[in-house]
Design a protein around this ligand. Sequence first.
Ligand SMILES: [Cu+2]
Length: 66
Amino acid sequence: MKATYKVDGMTCGGCSTSITKALQNVDGSAEIEVNLEAGSVTVTGLDAAAVEQAVEDAGFDFGGTL
Ligand SMILES: [Cu+2]
């Protein structure tokens, strides 16, 4: 399952790295692609609830599925 989600609060490369690491640590995650300019993240292998949890735990705002 591959889907793109809105993530608010990313301002720099450090933010995208934090989110990438947080999602990599979730069981089942495969490909993770952060788009800083668009404020979005594309994730393979996780459902929306798991992505939301990881994004919020990393300190960013989950904005739902795009
Ligand atoms: Cu940052």
